[in-house]
Design a protein around this ligand. Structure first.
Ligand code: ADP
Ligand code: MG
Length: 310
């Protein structure tokens, strides 16, 4: 359906997006995952024809959208990272206003607004002013606006940042529902691993303007199939213990956060013996030592050496 070919965006000497290749098939939910500043919004702006690429092309049904952006715009709903609503209008009035922009009117628009308010769970607040809404409600309405013209492709730029867990779950479930029941194709951008893991058929991981991994959730986790991630919980963590872990050649990576140390080691290593020995030598009291199936978060640590929420 949509393809990005060697897409780049350069600001002076700085590449916000570099040589990006990506495709989205009809009916898929594709995740674009990366930390702040990775280039996600820039990529989305280019593929939704809001900014022009420095190099490369975007193909919609095999035709370049750079020359003919209209065909793509007609079938695409974009939920921008920044909320774009009129605060002094009600939910209803906002939908009505944006419906008019899409040249909708009459009972068709009225029915559509009813359906959307129901979908985003705001029917009982339809006559409230947007400025009275919580962040989560504004997000949901913002999504509603993007759905007015029945898009085939929904592009969402970090739609759950800074909102309450309830609205977040509502949004995730709504995306699943739109995909399942209406066959809507979705490009979902996030810096939350668990969201893309929950939603997406395929995932692209991006860091500093570059794609660093592509595949199904399972394939991406396979990256770590020869390694284990071990979580060490301890009291009285000290530098000598951490240094011992870092100096141990069989341990590939060491991350410390609060009372937990995460290490990545090859599967065949008997790490329990080593860790207990180091702990004894440096007077650290181990509370627990556990091996977990790798999450996407681990994959990101593995690929970049940095935590995703840094
Ligand atoms: P993300 O959405 O993944 O957080 P962005 O695409 O917003 O990342 O930004 C990627 C990088 O490009 C950032 O370092 C950002 O500062 C830079 N950038 C984005 N837009 C501009 C611009 N108009 N001029 C200069 N730099 C920009
Ligand atoms: Mg962004």
């Amino acid at each position: 359906m949509l393809e990005l070919v060697n897409l780049s965006k350069r600001y002076k000497q700085f590449y916000a997006v570099k040589n990006m290749n990506m495709y989205i098939e009809k009916g898929e939910i594709v995740g674009l995952l990366g930390p702040n500043g990775a280039g996600k919004s820039t990529a989305i702006s280019m593929l939704s024809t809001l900014i022009e690429p420095t190099e490369g092309d975007v193909l919609f049904e095999r035709r370049s959208v750079l020359k003919k952006p209209v065909s793509l715009r007609k079938v695409t709903g974009v939920v921008p990272q920044e909320i774009a609503l009129y605060e002094d209008l009600t939910a209803d009035e906002n939908l009505f206003f944006f419906g008019k922009i899409y040249k909708m009117s009459g009972t068709n628009l009225k029915q559509k607004i009813d359906d959307i308010l129901d979908l985003i769970g705001l029917t009982d607040r339809r006559n409230s002013l947007v400025k009275k809404f919580s962040g989560g409600m504004k997000r949901r309405l913002n999504i509603g606006v993007a759905l007015l013209h029945d898009p085939e492709l929904l592009i969402m730029d970090e739609p759950t940042v800074g909102i309450d867990p309830q609205s977040r779950n509502y949004i995730l479930e709504t995306v699943k529902k739109l995909n399942k029941e209406k066959g809507m194709t979705v490009l979902y951008t996030s810096h939350y691993m668990e969201e893309v893991e929950f939603l997406c058929d395929r995932i692209y991981i991006m860091d500093r303007g570059n794609l660093i991994a592509v595949g199904t959730t399972e394939e991406i986790k396979e990256i770590l199939s020869s390694e284990n991630t071990i979580y060490i919980e301890a009291e009285l963590l000290n530098d000598s213990f951490i240094t011992a872990l870092q100096d141990e050649l069989t341990i590939k990576k060491v991350f410390v956060k609060n009372e937990t140390v995460t290490i990545i080691v090859p599967k065949e290593i008997n790490i329990f013996r080593l860790v207990t020995e180091f702990a004894a030598n440096s007077n650290v009291q181990l509370k627990s030592l556990s091996v977990k199936t790798p999450t996407l978060e681990d994959v990101f640590l593995h690929l970049t050496g940095r935590a995703l929420r840094d």
